[in-house]
Design a protein around this ligand. Structure first.
Ligand SMILES: O=c1ccn([C@H]2C[C@H](O)[C@@H](COP(=O)(O)OP(=O)(O)OP(=O)(O)O)O2)c(=O)[nH]1
Length: 144
């Protein structure tokens, strides 16, 4: 699938790192570093502007390396880039550790996964079909 992109960052376009990688790592496009104290959040610009084909979205997902090594996550995980969005893709980072973290220019802060979605129409009804699960959830099937 081809996706139109304007790259106003000073970094190359995101690229798949391995043959079957689902995500394209996106880099912070910063004029100066951003320091995140414990539990602080910041909207990190990427310099990327997309035109995603109708029927698709881009999910902004966290990177496990940043999460594991530094406790850095996304506030709105996963973020959603709509097909009709023409603004800059931004990454809403949060520091979940108890130490400062500095986001430097070029840091790979998240990954973009492109995915199909279905637009639905509501069919309002009085009752839903019966199932074994019924309304059970939140661990209702056991303790492990
Ligand atoms: O991590 C994100 C999430 C969203 N967006 C952009 C693209 C998306 O299409 C738009 C709106 O996102 P969303 O629908 O999550 O925001 P909202 O809070 O519902 O605001 P709006 O009323 O603008 O839809 O913001 C990003 O750049 N990064």
């Amino acid at each position: 699938m081809q996706v139109a992109v304007i790259n106003r960052s000073h970094h190359p376009l995101p690229a798949y790192q391995t043959e079957h990688a689902a995500g394209l790592d996106v880099r912070a496009n910063l004029t100066e570093p951003v320091t995140l104290g414990p539990l602080q959040r910041a909207l990190i610009p990427t310099g990327l502007f997309l035109e995603i084909p109708a029927g698709y979205e881009a999910q902004v997902r966290p990177r496990s390396g940043l999460a594991y090594k530094h406790g850095i996550g996304l506030v709105n995980s996963p973020g959603t880039i709509d097909a009709d969005y023409r603004g800059e893709v931004k990454v809403l980072l949060v520091n979940l550790s108890n130490e400062e973290f500095v986001v430097n220019d070029g840091e790979r802060v998240a990954q973009l996964v492109f995915a199909r979605y279905e637009a639905i129409e509501w069919q309002e009804v009085a009752e839903l079909s019966q199932t074994v699960r019924g309304a059970g959830g939140y661990g209702s099937t056991g303790t492990k």
